[in-house]
Design a binder for this molecule. Structure first.
Ligand code: HEM
Length: 427
């Protein structure tokens, strides 16, 4: 790896919340393959689209997620599908994925519709102060119904104890995975103690759900579907049920809320796009809406890079990367590369429609990852995103306040918009 261009890894420590922007900027400067060292450990960064796709496909045998992800999630008891590796991952993926597909869970469409209506009511009732916070309430309400059958209704009922417990998880996972030293194994700060308490209480919540879920006939939530699944095949232990249901909650909440927030930010700047979504909203098939969502996720993927680790020696562009090397793949780079998309910085949904003749390599945009570990929640996320985008374009006028300060991108474990301000008024 000695021949690779070297970046100064220490510069990532100054502002970990912009790590994705720094990695992308370095790809522009150092090229599609470069390395940096951090605390004595070499990291290789790969941004060329085909190399990224090949690496993602080499899982689970050739590459795994960075081992810190598994150890951090395992000690929290959240060692579900996202965290496990190898044969155990294969077993879980086979059993878990079918349990939260829209056709397996009775009433999923209705759940999303009911909660979208609540979001619209909230926005009609009071001036919208913090769109992003409301979208988080929307996704936590959907995910709690999907995972446990709980109707949290944080959108209409204010705060909720379970929501508060969940809100502690996501930032702490990001903080710990990125931490140079696992200090919490030696000293617990107040935030670590609050996390331990939240996890203990969540375990009690999930145990109560498991007890009632065992009596359900047709699964209406994820825990019931997992329990029923094992009656057909292999049993999940209580710890596995906890890990899988929390994984789904954590993986499905901020990701979808952030994606929606960036989408609304794009929509606020393009009245002609909103008009077209509105015109299409009564149709059964809505290709334009799908194109708008794909375009927003291309420009602002909430997961522009993935932390991996090689499990055996691997050659990238004539460079041999030894087993055990931390490899960061940057799909976000190819998504705005003009080799893949013409005028790549422009928000242009038409590029996703059939018949588009410009440069368009659809596979270079990978907002849900790729290969055998691509996001299994994609259909559910798209169901939610389509429902909210349609509701907003149909029922509200959307604009940016003046003067307008663009939101800042902050990476925790997904990229969120900080300081996003949007004006929504009922039509
Ligand atoms: C717009 C919303 C979402 C985005 C952008 C997103 C993105 C991603 C990405 C980039 C990955 C990593 C894929 C890879 O390693 O190749 C992932 C994995 C995962 N996602 Fe999502 N996700 C979203 C919503 C959801 C939802 C709603 C759920 C649950 C219902 C979910 C559950 C998971 C799980 C369990 C994994 C781990 C899969 C595995 O390792 O086998 N995600 N997601």
């Amino acid at each position: 790896m000695k021949n690779l261009p070297v970046a100064n890894g220490l510069r990532l420590l100054g502002n970990p919340s912009t790590i994705h922007q720094r990695l992308l900027e370095w790809s522009g400067r150092y090229g599609p393959l470069y390395r940096f060292n951090l605390f004595g450990r070499p990291f290789v960064v790969v941004s060329e689209t085909q190399a990224v796709q090949r690496i993602l496909r080499e899982r689970p045998d050739g590459f795994r997620r960075l081992s810190a992800i598994e150890s951090v999630l395992t000690e929290m008891g959240v060692d579900g599908l996202f965290a496990v590796e190898g044969e155990e991952w294969q077993r879980r993926r086979r059993l878990v994925t079918p349990a939260f597909t829209p056709n397996r869970l009775r009433g999923l469409d209705d759940t999303v519709d009911v909660i979208t209506d609540r979001l619209a009511r909230r926005w009609r009732k009071d001036p919208v102060e913090d769109v992003h916070a409301d979208l988080m309430r929307f996704t936590v309400d959907v995910m709690a119904r999907v995972a446990f059958g709980y109707d949290l209704n944080t959108l209409e009922g204010g705060g909720n104890a379970i929501e508060e417990r969940l809100q502690r998880l996501f930032p702490m996972i990001g903080k710990r995975v990125n931490a140079p030293v696992p200090y919490w194994r030696y000293v617990k700060l107040p935030a670590d103690r609050a996390l331990d308490r939240a996890l203990r209480e969540l375990r009690e919540d999930v145990d109560a759900v498991i007890a009632t879920a065992r009596t359900a006939e047709t699964p209406t939530n994820f825990v019931e579907a997992l329990i029923q699944q094992h009656e057909d095949s292999e049993a999940f232990t209580a710890a596995e049920l906890f890990a899988e249901s929390l994984t789904v909650l954590v993986a499905g909440q901020d990701t979808t809320a952030n994606t929606l927030a960036w989408l609304l930010y794009h929509l606020a700047q393009h009245p002609e796009v909103r008009e077209r979504i509105r015109a299409e909203s009564a149709e059964e098939k809505r290709p334009y809406l799908a194109a708008v969502i794909a375009e927003s996720m291309r420009l602002l993927p909430i997961s522009p890079f993935l932390f991996l680790e090689s499990l055996r020696p691997y050659v990238i562009d004539d460079t041999e990367v030894p087993a055990g090397t931390a490899v960061i793949v940057l799909p976000g780079h190819g998504a705005v590369d003009e080799a893949n998309f013409d005028d790549p910085e422009a928000f242009r949904p038409e590029r996703w429609l059939t018949g588009y003749t410009g440069t368009h390599n659809a596979k270079a945009s990978m907002p849900f990852g790729g290969g055998p570990r691509f996001c299994p929640g994609r259909s559910l996320a798209l169901l939610e995103i389509e429902a909210v985008a349609t509701m907003v374009c149909r029922d509200f006028e959307l604009s940016l306040p003046t003067p307008h300060v663009p939101p800042r991108e902050r990476f925790t474990f997904a990229v969120e918009p900080v300081g996003l301000r949007l004006l929504l008024t009922a039509r």
